[in-house]
Ligand binder design. Structure first.
Ligand code: ATP
Length: 236
C-alpha cells in the first residue's frame, strides 16, 4: 500500500536535501512545522539482488505542538517511515526534516526501560547534560508528573505494567527536553486501561507551550479520536 493515501493533504514548502551543506543552526529560523518530509521513498535489496520498495513518494507535514496519528494496516510501512524520521534508517530518496531533540519510543518498552527503578531510568539519559543533582531531580519529577507516574518514582521497573513502562519511556524523552516524540504502536500489547493511560500521558506531555510534537503510529482505528487538540479526562 502506498502510505501517502493515509496521510493528510500536503502543500510542501521547500526543505533542504538531507545531505546538503546546511547553514549553522543559529542561522536557521525556527520552523512552524516540527516534521516535514517530501517524496520519501525507501527500498531494500534482497539477497537475490532484487529491489523491493517499502515506501513510495511519502510526504507529510506535522505542525509544532500537536499530536498527529498515522494510521494504516499491518505491513504498510508505518514503522519504516517512523524510523526514517528518527534517523534510524536512511531514505532511498526524498527529503526529511524533524525538529531536535527528537526521541523514538519503541513498541516494546522492555527494549527501552532498562534501569532498576523508575527514577533511575528517567534520569539515565541526563548524564550527558552536565546537570546538578538538583536539576536532574527536578527534570525527573516534572517528567514523571506529566505522564502521571510521580508516585512510582522508587518502583522497580519490572513491577510495572506495559503501559506504565511506556509512560516511563516517554518521561525519559521529556526529561531530555525532547521536542518531537516518535511513537511506534505503543498500545499494541496493552489492555484498554493501559492504552488509555499512555494516550493521556502523550497528550499531557504536549502541554500548553506548543513546544512538544508527537507522531503516533497505530493500526487501531479507535485511537484516531485522540489526535489533535483537546483534553482527555479520566483516571491514569
Ligand atoms: N529490512 C527489511 N527486509 C525485508 N522486508 C522489510 C524490511 N523492513 C520492512 N520490510 C517489509 O516492509 C513492509 C513494511 O514494514 P513496516 O514494519 O514498516 O510496516 P508497519 O506498517 O509498521 O507494520 P506493523 O503495523 O505490522 O508494525 C513489511 O511488509 C515488512 O515485511
Amino acid at each position: 500500500m502506498n502510505l501517502c493515501s493515509l496521510l493528510p493533504a500536503f502543500t510542501p514548502p521547500l526543505v533542504p536535501p538531507l545531505h546538503a551543506n546546511l547553514p549553522s543552526r543559529s542561522d536557521v529560523p525556527e520552523k512552524a512545522e516540527a516534521i516535514e518530509c517530501e517524496n520519501l521513498s525507501y527500498s531494500i535489496t534482497t539477497r537475490q539482488r532484487k529491489l523491493v520498495p517499502i515506501l513510495k513518494d511519502c510526504s507529510l507535514s506535522v505542525p509544532s505542538g500537536q499530536l498527529w496519528m498515522l494510521l494504516g494496516p499491518n505491513g504498510c510501512g508505518k514503522s519504516t517511515l517512523l524510523k526514517i524520521l528518527a534517523g534510524l534508517l536512511k531514505p532511498t530518496n526524498g527529503t526529511v526534516y524533524v525538529k531536535r531533540p527528537k526521541s523514538f519510543v519503541f513498541q516494546n518498552p522492555d527494549h527501552q526501560v532498562v534501569m532498576p527503578t523508575v527514577e533511575a531510568d528517567v534520569a539515565f539519559g541526563l548524564g550527558k547534560f552536565n546537570l546538578t543533582p538538583d536539576e536532574v531531580r527536578s527534570r525527573v519529577s516534572k517528567s514523571l508528573e506529566a505522564v502521571g507516574m510521580s508516585k512510582y518514582m522508587q518502583r522497580p521497573v519490572q513491577t510495572l505494567s506495559g503501559g506504565q513502562k511506556q509512560r516511563v519511556a516517554i518521561a525519559g524523552a521529556l526529561a531530555e527536553a525532547c521536542k518531537v516524540l516518535l511513537l511506534d504502536e505503543l498500545t499494541t500489547f496493552l489492555d484498554e486501561n493501559d492504552q488509555f493511560g499512555v494516550i493521556k500521558a502523550v497528550k499531557n506531555s504536549l502541554g500548553d507551550s506548543g513546544d512538544v510534537t508527537a507522531l503516533w503510529v497505530t493500526h487501531r482505528l479507535e485511537e484516531l479520536e485522540y489526535a489533535g487538540w483537546g483534553t482527555l479526562y479520566g483516571r491514569w
